[in-house]
Design a binder for this molecule. Structure first.
Ligand code: AHR
Length: 522
C-alpha cells in the first residue's frame, strides 16, 4: 500500500526516535507543534508505527488528520430524534454548537460513539449482561450529553460522563484482538471523576456479556476499586481489567509500582501480547508518559495465554458490572503491540490538542462557572450559603466567611452545569465531590451521585427565574414547577408558597427562595 508522504514522515521520525523514548518524545513534540499538527491524529501515528487503530472513539475530536465523518450521535428527549455530531473541520474538534442547538430546551443523551477507524466498531447502549442494569429494564443508561463540557484547542466539546449504571458496548466487532493476539489501547479520562465501583473500563471484553473466566478481557480500568487490585497511595489507579481481577502489576492485589494518578485529563494506556503486558500513563495536558508496569502476565492462573474475546466496552465491566463512574474523552484500540516510541508520539499529539476544563468564568450562572449561592433572608441568614454537609448527604445553609475552614468553603461551592433534564435550566455539581449533584428527594435537598437515570436528572434540574422577593435569583424545580429551592430552619428543600409540608410555610417564603449568585468560596 502506498502511504501518504506525511505518514512516511512520521514513520521516519518514529524510526529515528526508536533509539530512546526520550528522543522520540522530544522529536515528536516538535513535529506535533509544527505544520503536521493539523494533519495527523493519534491513529495516523499508530498506523505509521505499524500498529493501526482498529477502533477509534471520541466525542471531542477526530483521531485521524483527515477524518471528517460523524464522531457521535445524540438523541433528544423531546421527540426521540437523533443527530450525528461531526468535527468542525477534517481532523478537528467536535462541533459542539450542533449539539447545543439540537438539544436546546430539552435534554440529550449520547446514543452512539462512532468508530473512526473504518472497522465499524461503534459503541452503543450496553444491554443487560450477567449483571442487570439499573431498575428500568435491565439495560445500561446512556450518558447525558451535557454533563462533561470541556474545551479542546479552545473549542467547546463534550466528553462521555459515565454515572453508575451507564454503559456502552459492541459485542460484534471487526479486527479487535482475540485469544492471545497483541493489542494496545489508550484512553483519556477525567482523573478527578472515579469511584471504587466495578468497573469503569475501556477496552476488550467478552462478546457474551458474561464473566467467561480469567483472561477473557483486556481493558483499561480507572478508579480506586481496592477490592480487586490497587497501587500506591489512595488511588485512583490505571489498572488492567483482565477479568476476575484488576491488575496493577504482576501480582494479584497490590503492586507498589502503580502510582495514584489523578490529572484532570489523564492519559491511560494498557497493552498486551503473549506473556507480556504493560501499564503506562501521564498528564494529557503536558509532559510525557511513564511506565508503571512492563513485564510478564500476572502470576495467577488463567492469564497466560490470554483468551480475549474481542468485544469493546466503555464504562462497565466485562459482565456488565455497572457501578463504576468516570468520564471518557477519547480512546483507541490497535492491532499489534504498540512501541513506547509510538505511544510517546501519540502523547505528544494529545498534549498538543489542548484539552482544558473550560471553566472560564466564576460567579455567574453560566455552565462551567463556579459559584456560591448566598441566602438573602434578613436578619438571620445574610452571611449564609447553600452547602452540603460532610457527615451526611443533606444540603443546608451555614455562615461562611473568609476565615472559614477550606472544607466548609469547598462544601459551599458549586459548578454550574447545563440542566441534566433541560439544557435551558441548570444543575449544580459539588466542587469537592465530583459526580455528585444538588437534587431533591421527598422535597428535601441532598447531594447525591448522579445515578444516570431520567428521574435523577429531573430531580437535579432547576430553572433560574427572577428572585421571588425581587432580589437575586430563584431556582424552580423542573419537575415540580410550583416549588423553588428554599432554606427553612437552615435546611434546604424545594418548597411552594403554601402547601402541605412545614417548609411550604408562606412566612418569608419569598426571601427564603431568593439567592444571590456570589463569587465561589473555593
Ligand atoms: O475483573 C473485574 C470484573 O470482574 C470484571 O470487569 C467483571 O466482568 C467481573 O465481575
Amino acid at each position: 500500500m502506498i502511504k501518504p508522504p506525511w505518514i512516511r514522515g512520521v514513520r521516519r521520525a518514529l524510526l529515528a526516535a526508536g533509539a530512546t523514548a526520550a528522543l522520540a518524545a522530544g522529536l515528536l513534540t516538535a513535529t506535533a507543534t509544527t505544520s503536521q499538527a493539523a494533519t495527523q491524529g493519534p491513529c495516523d501515528i499508530y498506523a505509521a508505527g505499524g500498529t493501526p487503530c482498529v477502533a477509534a472513539h471520541s466525542t471531542t475530536r477526530a483521531l485521524y488528520g483527515t477524518y471528517n465523518g460523524p464522531l457521535y450521535q445524540v438523541k433528544r428527549a423531546s421527540d426521540d430524534t437523533t443527530k450525528d455530531i461531526g468535527p468542525l473541520t477534517a481532523g478537528g474538534v467536535a462541533d459542539a454548537a450542533q449539539q447545543d442547538s439540537f438539544c436546546a430546551n430539552t435534554s440529550c443523551v449520547i446514543s452512539v460513539i462512532y468508530d473512526q477507524s473504518g472497522k465499524g466498531n461503534k459503541l452503543t447502549q450496553a444491554l443487560k449482561g450477567y449483571w442487570p442494569g439499573p431498575a428500568e429494564g435491565g439495560n445500561d443508561n446512556l450518558a447525558n450529553a451535557f454533563e462533561a463540557p470541556i474545551t479542546v484547542g479552545g473549542h467547546k466539546a463534550y466528553g462521555v460522563y459515565v454515572a453508575p449504571g451507564t454503559g456502552y458496548r459492541n459485542n460484534n466487532t471487526n479486527g479487535i484482538a482475540t485469544g492471545d493476539q497483541p493489542e494496545g489501547m489508550y484512553a483519556i479520562f477525567d482523573g478527578t471523576h472515579y469511584n471504587a465501583g466495578c468497573c469503569f473500563d475501556y477496552g476488550n471484553a467478552e462478546t457474551t456479556g458474561n464473566d467467561d473466566g480469567n483472561g477473557t478481557m483486556e481493558a483499561i480500568y480507572f478508579g480506586n476499586s481496592k477490592g480487586w487490585g490497587s497501587g500506591s497511595g489512595p488511588g485512583p489507579w490505571i489498572m488492567a481489567d483482565l477479568e476476575n481481577g484488576l491488575f496493577s502489576g504482576v501480582n494479584r492485589g497490590f503492586n507498589a509500582g502503580d502510582p495514584t494518578i489523578n490529572h484532570r485529563f489523564t492519559t491511560a494506556i494498557v497493552k498486551g501480547g503473549p506473556n507480556h503486558w504493560a501499564i503506562r500513563g501521564g498528564n494529557a495536558q503536558s509532559g510525557g508518559l511513564s511506565t508503571f508496569y512492563d513485564g510478564v502476565r500476572p502470576n495467577a492462573p488463567g492469564y497466560n495465554p490470554m483468551k480475549k474475546q474481542g468485544a469493546i466496552i466503555l464504562g462497565i465491566g466485562g459482565d456488565n458490572s455497572n457501578t463504576g463512574q468516570g468520564t471518557f474523552y477519547e480512546g483507541v484500540m490497535t492491532q499489534g503491540y504498540p512501541s513506547t516510541a509510538t505511544e510517546d508520539a501519540v502523547q505528544a499529539n494529545i498534549t498538543a490538542a489542548g484539552y482544558d476544563s473550560g471553566s472560564t468564568s466564576t460567579g455567574s450562572l453560566t455552565p462551567g462557572s463556579r459559584i456560591s449561592l448566598k441566602a438573602t433572608t434578613s436578619p438571620c441568614c445574610t452571611t449564609h450559603y447553600l452547602r452540603h454537609n460532610d457527615t451526611d448527604t443533606k444540603v443546608v445553609i451555614s455562615s461562611i466567611t473568609s476565615s472559614s475552614p477550606a472544607t466548609d468553603k469547598a462544601d459551599a461551592t458549586w459548578i454550574v452545569r447545563a440542566g441534566l433534564a433541560n439544557t435551558s435550566c441548570l444543575s449544580f455539581e459539588s466542587v469537592d465531590k465530583p459526580g455528585q449533584f444538588l437534587r431533591h428527594a421527598n422535597y428535601q435537598l441532598y447531594l447525591n451521585t448522579d445515578s444516570g437515570g431520567s428521574s435523577f436528572a429531573k430531580d437535579a434540574t432547576f430553572c433560574p427565574t427572577a428572585g421571588n422577593s425581587g432580589v437575586g435569583t430563584s431556582f424552580q424545580s423542573v419537575n415540580f414547577p410550583t416549588k423553588y429551592i428554599r432554606h427553612y430552619n437552615y435546611t434546604a428543600y424545594v418548597a411552594s408558597n403554601g402547601g402541605t409540608n412545614a417548609w411550604d410555610n408562606t412566612r418569608a417564603w419569598a426571601q427564603d427562595t431568593s439567592w444571590l449568585t456570589a463569587a465561589p468560596w473555593s
